[in-house]
Design a protein around this ligand. Structure first.
Ligand code: GLN
Length: 565
């Protein structure tokens, strides 16, 4: 890479175990947010991995929240959940999916976390006699954090990674990200300039009737970054069309980078093309790695082309609350995509705003929402909080149950399907969740006893927990394959009322998976239905390209008539 180990070095490591320094790739962004910095950073990770390196990542979020758990999906997109229960930025989901690794909550560094750490140290007396300041105390703590977390194994091998991608959230020049820019500036001296590659992601707008590619925004953001002491080694320019040579040369001249280190990430049909496109432009040479050392890029090429060539559609109705903002359901969308590829179908998600299904809604919108629902090959009700749209979701579950339409309910989607079943099959008309009604006539879903009623941050039932199979022969168990239990990630405060389990099961909705107490419903499946499955956990957080999550695969198989046998 400028600094990453090449394959000869990797072979040398195998024969003579010398202590090779960790390589860091720091990815910052300029001009505006939403340029796909996370996808670019993850794609660089894929290239390093394809060169045979073990790769991990750290996302820095300069906000004051400790974690993303208390943030609204409206503002920040989905809250991604890790095995250890960390509620983190959705970019960590990109890293886990692209690199097939498992990260921990410490891989998401926030201002909330770093200040809490420094203030705690101050109270302990660690800085006795000193004035505690952003520089050097916060900036040192940031660098210590990075070095510590980068060295932790992430790919399941137990081995220390060879390279760490560090993504700095926000845009360079923001007040709140400046301590991190300063920490990263210093970091190059701490670990050696040869061990750090700075990548800056920027925008090249295309303007005017002849489609001129404008370089000025990128010139400005690089000037800002260099003013803060960081000179980028590589520029990645987001643009609608491939950068032409003139633009590339101009950017190189004005931004103090080599022309061949100016990369273009232009519009492509699907994101699997991004690592391939960077490879084609010579990024592996710039990083001084051999990306053909493994078969990983070949697999990505196959995936990208497979997705491009799918034509036969499958329609999945997604009945949710944030349907204008697909980032709120990013991992669910990705999981549907992984499963659709496995059944050779082009995925079409029909977004249905749950409240539009309710009777009281505007007649035209109500009719079009129902039309989408009735025409769907499968229905998915994702996780959610709060009572908006709940009755609409219950109607969607009712439709799927009674019309034999494949259904997957995730977390809240399991809870509302249980309420529907209690109301319409068991005759408990007033059934509800205590999340939506204080004292429902029948509490079908209740607050879990161990959950805090005073603190909302980090207090849900979170992270990876086992689900133990209760019966042989269910569809969902067959999909998961051999084993007595499955581990999936959780994020909830409410559960199906354990007192009702017996009655519900007698009527045919079987709790085929329970937690290790045997009392808590983790998975239900409806007898005699082609595919009516609810999961209390969030399987979307463990789905990977080429390794679709079983509940999603079941939904897509059932929706395309491929489940039998
Ligand atoms: N609001 C429900 C609960 O807290 C469901 C949560 C979810 O869907 N993640 O249990």
């Amino acid at each position: 890479m400028v600094p990453v180990a090449n394959v000869d070095m990797i072979c040398a490591i195998a024969i003579y175990p010398v202590d090779v320094a960790m390589k860091y790739v720091v990815v910052s962004g300029g001009v505006l947010s939403g340029l796909g910095k996370g996808v670019t950073a993850s794609s660089i990770g894929v290239l390093l991995k394809s060169a045979g390196l073990r790769v991990t990542s750290i996302k820095i979020d300069p906000y004051l929240n400790s974690d993303a758990g208390t943030m609204s999906p409206f503002e920040h997109g989905e809250v991604f959940v890790l095995d250890d229960g960390g509620e983190v930025d959705l970019d960590l989901g990109n890293y886990e999916r692209f690199l097939d690794i498992n990260l921990s909550k410490d891989n998401n560094l926030t201002t909330g976390k770093i200040y809490a750490k420094v203030i705690e140290a101050e109270r302990r007396g660690d800085y006795l006699g000193k004035t505690v300041q952003v520089i050097p105390h916060i900036t040192d703590a940031v660098q210590d954090w990075i070095e510590d977390v980068a060295a932790r194994p992430a790919d399941g091998s137990g081995e220390t990674p060879d390279a760490c991608i560090i993504e700095l959230g926000g845009t360079v020049g923001d007040i709140e990200s400046s301590p991190y820019v300063e920490a990263l500036r210093q970091f190059q001296f701490r670990v050696g300039r040869e061990n750090v590659t700075f990548v800056h992601v920027s925008l090249v707008p295309v303007l005017g009737p002849v489609g001129e590619q404008k370089t000025k925004p990128t010139q400005h953001t690089v000037k800002e970054l260099r003013g803060l002491g960081i000179s980028p080694d590589i520029l990645v320019c987001r643009s609608s069309s491939p950068l032409n040579d003139e633009t590339r040369n101009k950017l190189a001249a004005f931004c103090h980078v080599k022309p061949e280190a100016v990369m273009s990430t232009h519009d492509v049909p699907n994101i699997y093309h991004v690592p391939l496109m960077l490879h084609e432009q010579g990024l592996c040479d710039i990083l001084d790695v051999d990306c053909t050392a493994t078969s990983i890029l070949e697999e990505w090429t196959a995936m990208a082309h497979h997705l491009d060539t799918l034509t036969e559609e499958v329609h999945i109705a997604m009945v949710g609350k944030y349907t204008d903002l697909s980032d709120a359901y990013l991992s669910v969308i990705k999981s549907l995509q992984h499963a659709a590829m496995a059944v050779d179908r082009k995925l079409v998600i029909d977004w249905i705003e749950a409240s539009h299904l309710e009777k009281s809604w505007d007649a035209t919108e109500h009719a079009s929402a129902w039309k989408l629902l009735r025409n769907a090959d499968g229905v998915l009700v994702p996780g959610g909080f709060g009572d908006r749209g709940i009755e609409g979701k219950i109607l969607a579950a009712h439709h799927a149950r009674t019309e034999n339409v494949p259904y997957l309910g995730i977390c809240l989607g399991l809870q509302i399907a249980t309420i529907e079943f209690c109301r319409n099959v068991l005759g408990m008309t007033g059934a509800n969740s205590t999340e939506f009604e204080d004292n429902p006539e029948h509490a079908a879903v209740v607050f879990m006893p161990e959950i805090s009623k005073t603190h909302l941050g980090g207090t849900m039932r979170l992270g990876s927990r086992p689900t133990l199979w209760q019966h042989e022969g269910s569809i969902i168990r067959t999909l998961y394959g051999p084993g007595e239990a499955v581990d999936e990630r959780h994020r909830h405060r409410y559960e199906v009322n354990p007192d009702l389990i017996e009655r519900i099961e007698e009527a045919g909705l079987i709790f085929v998976g329970k937690d290790d107490s045997g009392q808590r419903c983790e998975i239900f499946e409806l007898n005699g239905h082609p595919y009516y499955v609810g999961v209390q956990f969030h399987p979307e957080f463990k789905s990977r390209p080429g390794k679709p999550s079983p509940p999603f695969l079941g939904l897509l198989k059932a929706a395309t008539g491929q489940l039998d046998g």
